[in-house]
Ligand binder design. Structure first.
Ligand code: DX5
Ligand code: ZN
Length: 221
């Protein structure tokens, strides 16, 4: 299934509830929540209180992307705040296997994110236990960047690896995703697409619909 996961990092925070409703009414199934700690990435965004507050606005899937050091410290707290999927960076975990176990023990879907320069082999031994892999298509930390083209090769390689190992898994891409490159990233093997500025700059409903139109075309192929 092709899924759009709008990243609220690019939303108008004064109108967060309304903007979430606009994108979900136009077809977005997930809401992508970028948590930044000022350590793993330079910026600080938001944390549990914001997630808890907007949990009341929608029953769509909360897709929480933790760009924080040593995320194992906070898995339980994000689960309680309303996360459905918790994605941690392989680069931020000394004990990745343990953190994946913590996410599962909290009853949530487990995702692992890889920065552009991190090779797929970092996931060799944990891949089977994951619900989603997030292939970062920019260096994390900021919205509005351009997709790094070689990351699409990593998406292709991961999809091929999953096929070879008989694993059905979601592959998410995040960073520089727009309606205009959606076809290309889906063809590479991604099925969960994060859109920040491409969804929230301008008319949110129209922007979401532009993604949905490409999804419909791809489903018809
Ligand atoms: C980047 C974040 C992204 C960001 C994407 O570090 O993980 O989710 O919001 O923004 P765009 O789609 O504008 O590149
Ligand atoms: Zn993200």
């Amino acid at each position: 299934m092709l899924i759009l996961s709008p990243s609220i990092l690019a939303a108008d925070f004064k109108r967060l509830g309304e903007q979430i409703a606009e994108t979900t009414q136009a077809g977005a199934e997930y809401i992508h929540l970028d948590v930044m700690d000022g350590m793993f990435v330079p910026q600080i965004s938001f944390g549990m209180p914001v997630i808890e507050t907007i949990r009341g606005c929608t029953d769509k899937v909360f897709d929480v992307h933790l760009m924080i050091e040593d995320p194992g410290r906070y898995i339980e707290a994000f689960a309680k705040a309303g996360a459905d999927i918790i994605t941690v960076h392989a680069e931020a975990c000394t004990h990745l296997d343990r953190v994946i176990g913590q996410i599962k023990a909290a009853g949530k879907k487990a995702g692992v994110a890889l920065n552009p320069a991190t090779p797929l082999c970092a996931l060799d031994y944990v891949l089977d236990g994951l619900d989603m892999v997030l292939i970062m298509t920019v260096n994390p930390g900021f919205g509005g960047q351009k997709l790094i083209p070689y990351c699409l090769q990593k998406v292709k390689d991961l999809r091929a690896l999953c096929k070879k190992r008989g694993i059905q898994m979601d592959i998410q891409v995040d960073g520089g995703i727009k309606a205009s490159n959606t076809k290309e990233v889906i063809e590479a093997g991604a099925n969960v697409l994060v859109g920040g500025s491409a969804v929230f700059s301008g008319d949110v409903a129209e922007n979401t619909k532009a993604f949905m139109d490409v999804f419909a075309q791809m489903n018809d192929l």
